[in-house]
Design a protein around this ligand. Structure first.
Ligand code: AMP
Length: 287
């Protein structure tokens, strides 16, 4: 069975209104398409939680800070629809840029604090674009639940902030990062890696996981992070944008592991930028 596709806000609202007449709960899974098992895990989790699931495919021009990156982003609607069909999602929402941002569009949702640092420091405007599009998708779908991956951890915290600050009646549900057998976090960008780069790529996750364990056992934060940077570069990564320990809920920088935290990194492998993060907390803490 193929998944019905709608492309306009009006069609989307008509379908959701029909569901609401029978009191069905609704979840939305926002994606930019080029679906992989990480995305599909979000859809499966959404289907467990809600009676109706909308998957959105929209390559959001406002969250790209490079025209070349936007142009190179894979667009694979037919394959995406085929991957979703066996799962049982009820609707695919595929608006085009004109539908989302018609002439005269002038509003930006901008979240201070959470968007600063980490990816925000290297991708100017990116998180304003994300905040604006998710606010629109939440209002357009009127969903009860929204599913996001921990893979994009700063994005997840940003979305939570938007929902809280704008009183949007939706529950944000985080989902764990799905990885390849060798540890590499699934990402649409992995397809750009050469075979040699693909062999190096898992080292980002492996170093993060090992470093998180060392920190949990009490290894001092700053020297341990310096060793982790050196290990990532030694593995063959070209450059590290950031490698930081931040508070799990507030994303504040941490210099000692005194509460649950995330170790987050962005690093360039050839011409591909990979991001990843893992959780860590002091051994003995109940969190
Ligand atoms: P994207 O299409 O890259 O914007 O991602 C759409 C959603 O899928 C976001 O909530 C991502 O965090 C999530 N996602 C991407 N990769 C993974 C992964 N490897 N595991 C779990 N969720 C993921």
């Amino acid at each position: 069975m193929s998944v019905p596709i709608v492309r306009t806000v009006a069609e989307l609202r008509a379908v959701v209104a029909g569901w609401r007449r029978s009191d069905a709960s609704v979840a939305v899974v926002p994606t930019m398409g080029a679906l992989h098992d990480g995305h599909l895990s979000l859809v499966r989790a959404a289907l467990q939680k809600a009676e109706r699931v909308i998957v959105t495919l929209f390559v959001n021009p406002k969250q790209f800070n490079s025209a070349a990156d936007l142009a190179a982003y894979p667009r694979t609607e037919n394959q995406d629809a085929a991957k979703l069909a066996p799962l049982g999602a009820q609707l695919l929402y595929v608006p085009d840029a004109e539908e989302m941002y018609p002439p005269g569009f002038a509003t930006t949702v901008s979240v201070s604090g959470v968007r600063e640092g980490l990816c925000g420091a290297f991708r100017p405007g990116h998180f304003d674009g994300v905040a604006t599009v998710v606010a629109k998708l939440f209002l357009q779908t009127g969903a009860d639940f929204a599913f996001f991956g921990e893979k994009d951890f700063q994005q997840l915290q940003l979305v939570r902030r938007v929902v809280q600050d704008l009183d949007i009646p939706i529950t944000v549900v985080p989902c764990p990062t799905v990885r390849e057998a060798d540890g590499l976090a699934l990402s649409s960008r992995n397809a750009r890696l050469s075979p040699a780069e693909r062999a190096i790529a898992p080292n980002l996750a492996l170093v993060l996981i090992e470093t998180a364990e060392r920190l949990a056992r009490g290894s001092p934060v700053l020297p341990t992070l310096a060793e982790a940077r050196a290990a990532i570069l030694a593995a063959g990564f070209r450059d590290i944008e950031y490698l930081e320990l931040r508070g799990e809920t507030d994303l504040q920088p941490m210099t000692s592991l005194d509460r649950p935290a995330r170790l987050l990194a962005a690093s360039w492998l050839g011409e591909t930028r990979l991001i990843d993060n893992v959780r860590t907390s002091p051994i003995g803490s109940t969190n």
